[in-house]
Design a protein around this ligand. Structure first.
Ligand code: NAD
Length: 256
């Protein structure tokens, strides 16, 4: 039985993960950590801070909280040799450096999207990328999302650019010369792969990858209709990661 503490346990993802992971035969959610008291405990104990936890009572910390709290999780997990799975997005270079430092002493997985379909969509996009002249990414999320564009959109754009480079295709050159509205062509994520962000109530997490070539187009779309879509990927990470040391970035590596 894997014993799990969820940092951000009172949040939208924290509550879904507590229910979803707790329902699995091989996992036991023992602690919900959050400055705010969770609406439901799902059989776990509540802690306002990781510092209150007995490290030997936890096998894996799952962090879906806020970027500024990830360093604290990394330091606590590194110091106590507790494995760490991070889904929190909007991480800066210094947050990533703290995760890398923790990974020298314990296992760390960090992924901007734990939906297995989204990981596959990125893989399919990299496969298609060399065969089309242009590619653009549109990511669509709920209006409470703090960061833009999504980490998934950036990773997808980078995967497309890398696949194009590997195939000897140069950067995409935007032929727009007149902007009636500033930024209407979105942001260049590198090599001319443009990313557009949409924020609307009612959405969860969605992404469209559009390819265009002479006389044809290809659309790859992934939808997370419900936050439950992230639970199987988190469970996969917990089950397959090396819990002793090493940094895994992105779920794709663990999908094989
Ligand atoms: P939310 O605002 O509903 O919940 C965040 C929770 O974290 C809140 O309860 C907040 O009190 C808590 N928190 C803040 N600082 C904390 C700290 N220092 N210690 C413990 N808890 C702390 O947000 P959400 O929708 O649940 O999303 C949380 C994060 O997960 C965001 O970064 C979001 O982008 C990310 N996310 C990632 C994936 C993925 O697949 N990787 C999927 C969905 C959401």
């Amino acid at each position: 039985m894997t014993r799990i503490a969820i940092v951000g346990g009172a949040g939208r993802m924290g509550q879904i993960l507590a229910r979803g992971l707790g329902a699995l035969d091989d996992m036991d959610v023992v602690a919900l950590v959050d400055p705010h008291e969770p609406a439901e405990l799902h059989g776990a104990r509540y802690w306002p801070d990781l510092a209150g936890l007995e490290p030997s009572a936890v096998d894996v910390v799952v962090d879906f909280s806020a970027a500024e709290s990830v360093g604290h999780s990394a330091r606590w997990c590194g110091a106590h040799g507790v494995a760490l799975v991070v889904g929190t997005t909007g991480l800066s270079e210094s947050h990533r450096a703290e995760l890398a430092a923790a990974a020298e002493r314990t296992g760390v997985v960090v992924a901007s999207n734990f939906a297995i379909g989204a990981v596959l969509a990125e893989r399919f996009a990299a496969w298609a990328a060399p065969y089309f002249e242009r590619a653009e990414v549109i990511e669509l999320h709920h209006d409470a999302k703090a960061d833009a564009p999504s980490g998934t959109a950036i990773a997808t754009a980078h995967a497309i650019a890398a696949a194009r480079r590997d195939a000897g295709r140069g950067p995409i050159v935007d032929t727009t010369t007149t902007w009636t509205l500033a930024d209407s062509r979105g942001a260049d994520a590198g090599d001319g792969v443009r990313v557009h962000s949409v924020r609307l109530p009612g959405l969860v997490a969605h992404q469209e990858i559009l390819f265009g070539g002479p006389g044809e187009g290809l659309l790859i779309r992934h939808d997370s209709y419900d936050r439950a879509s992230f639970v199987p990927g988190v469970a996969l990470a917990i089950r397959t990661m090396n819990r002793r040391a090493g940094l895994v970035e992105g779920l794709a590596t663990l999908l094989g």
